[in-house]
Design a binder for this molecule. Structure first.
Ligand code: SAH
Ligand code: SF4
Ligand code: F3S
Length: 480
């Protein structure tokens, strides 16, 4: 233990594993501690988020609370008084990025000893990571976890009182905190949490440890948040959960995802999405709701992870290749214009070449519109990381490239077919590559660039596709 640290609470894997805790919903008002109203330095902060949409939403919650306490968010970390890195632990490279940032921040801290450097997010939910930070990065001021983001103002207050490293990382949460600030990074697209945590324990995955027990928000609270977004002119809502299909299972009041999705669709948000679906829990009621409402986008992210039954079993995914292919068939039968994307892991321990070929053949059979592909990365304390692996990294990279080529062939065929057709596009802003162009996504999540003026940002407009660059399209605005 570092003597300089005011170690309130370290994460514990044993606690993170436990399930079945009773959950309370909290509707308290936000209280701003005095030390923050009388903050002695510039009231500015910088926050950088790695990882998935769950972290993105946490970033908004942290930013909202700090803004409420009078802090201003800056895009330039060199000018901010509080620096926050919202970390991810899903793969090794996510953790490496954090260490790079900490190196940069060290130089700033040397110039300004009052700088407050904070680490939060999934990486700090791991005991070893926290110990490493204590030992190698003693200039970090505050470490807090995924279960207490809503407590950021009090954690800062504790730091300002002690001026010693604060480690406040509870390993579980018995609370769902409502009445959060309305702060959003974007004023036409919003993420809305429906569940927190995950109970699935896929054998490769760290998320059930870093995000804890699955907890569903009450339907009335989700609907209130969505109604507020609709009233404020939002064009797109994405309902978020590590496994949206299990929504409500813990509430024991009959709530379920199909019902919730229908209720949100009825609020008439123009585009309604949801992430992430777990194949074995994707039932026919849900397919019917998606088919029934025009505003539920006909694009589903349905991670398959692998095409071999043996590997799926070892991953503890509760479905077979045949089940997945049948689900795709059922979806396409009831919703002929449905598009599918997926996540795939290459190189699970001891995956044979033949087993990998089963993934390739599944990819060809399903014809995904897009896919996120990953090389397996061993994560501490997961079951898969204890398996001795006989496949070399070079071989995994070779297979990964083969998979990419196969997927790309599908995607080229798919985007080529879009040429000459007109699609509604939600305009998100200026194109990153060419600031004279606008860009946005079609319902099926294809990136489109086109000429147009700034006033269109946040609107859904019709764009005719002229050219395909595989991962993005060039089009022209129709009907001004
Ligand atoms: N809850 C979601 C997303 C979890 S993380 C789901 O179940 O799909 C996003 C993706 O990261 C996963 O779908 C998986 O493909 C990938 N992933 C998770 N752990 C990984 C690991 N240890 N190595 C490589 N990829 C991993
Ligand atoms: Fe991880 Fe599986 Fe849970 Fe997704 S469903 S977060 S892959 S354990
Ligand atoms: Fe990363 Fe945590 Fe999301 S590990 S992928 S930020 S849930």
């Amino acid at each position: 233990m570092n003597n300089n640290s005011n170690c309130n609470l370290l994460p514990s894997y044993k606690e993170e594993l436990k399930r079945g805790r009773q959950v309370n919903v909290i509707y308290d008002d936000i209280i701003i501690p005095k030390s923050l109203t009388h903050f002695p330095y510039k009231k500015t902060f910088y926050i950088e988020t790695l990882g998935c949409q769950a972290n993105y939403r946490d970033e908004e919650i942290i930013s909202g609370l700090l803004t409420k306490a009078g802090f201003m968010r800056l895009d330039d970390y060199q000018k901010a008084q509080i620096l926050i890195i919202n970390t991810c632990a899903v793969r090794e490279n996510a953790e490496q990025k954090v260490k790079g940032h900490l190196g940069t921040f060290k130089a700033l801290k040397q110039k300004n000893k009052n700088l407050i450097i904070c680490l939060c997010g999934c990486m700090v939910m791991q005991e070893e990571s926290v110990r490493e930070i204590q030992n190698k990065y003693p200039y970090v001021s505050i470490i807090f976890g995924t279960h207490n983001v809503t407590n950021i103002l009090n954690i800062l207050d504790n730091y300002l009182t002690s001026l010693q490293m604060i480690i406040d990382v509870p390993s579980f949460s018995e609370n769902i905190v409502e009445k959060l600030p309305d702060y959003r990074n974007n004023n036409f697209q919003a993420f809305v949490n429906i569940t927190y945590g995950c109970n699935n324990f896929c054998t490769y995955c760290v998320v059930p440890f870093t995000r804890g027990q699955e907890r569903s928000r009450l339907e009335k609270d989700i609907l209130r948040e969505c109604q507020f977004l609709v009233n404020n002119g939002y064009k797109e809502i994405t309902l978020l959960g590590q496994n949206v299909n299990s929504y409500g299972g813990d509430l024991n009041d009959g709530s379920n995802f199909a019902h919730l999705l229908e209720a949100v669709a009825k609020l008439k948000i123009p585009r309604l999405r949801f992430l992430t679906s777990y194949p074995s829990m994707f039932n026919d009621d849900l397919i019917d709701v998606i088919a029934k409402y025009d505003n539920i986008v006909k694009y589903i992210h349905l991670p398959v992870q692998a095409g071999s039954n043996k590997i799926l079993k070892e991953m503890n995914r509760h479905y077979t290749r045949e089940f997945y292919l049948d689900l795709v068939k059922r979806l396409r039968k009831k919703i002929p214009n449905i598009h599918l994307s997926t996540d795939i892991i290459v190189g699970f321990p001891n995956e044979t070449y033949e087993e990998f070929l089963e993934t390739l053949s599944l990819v060809k059979e399903v014809n995904f519109s897009s896919a996120f592909t990953f090389i397996y990365s061993p994560r501490k304390h997961t079951y898969a990381s204890t398996i001795e692996d006989n496949v070399t990294y070079e071989e995994k990279v070779r297979r990964f490239k083969m998979l990419k080529e196969t997927l790309e062939a599908n995607i080229i065929a798919y985007t080529d077919k879009m040429i000459g057709k007109i699609y509604p596009v939600l305009v998100e802003g200026f194109s990153e590559r060419d600031k004279t162009m606008l860009s946005g996504h079609t319902e099926d999540n294809v990136l489109v660039h086109f000429q147009g003026d700034e006033t269109l940002i946040g609107q859904i407009v019709n764009v005719k596709i002229n050219v395909s660059h595989v991962y993005s399209l060039i089009g022209e605005l129709i009907n001004g």
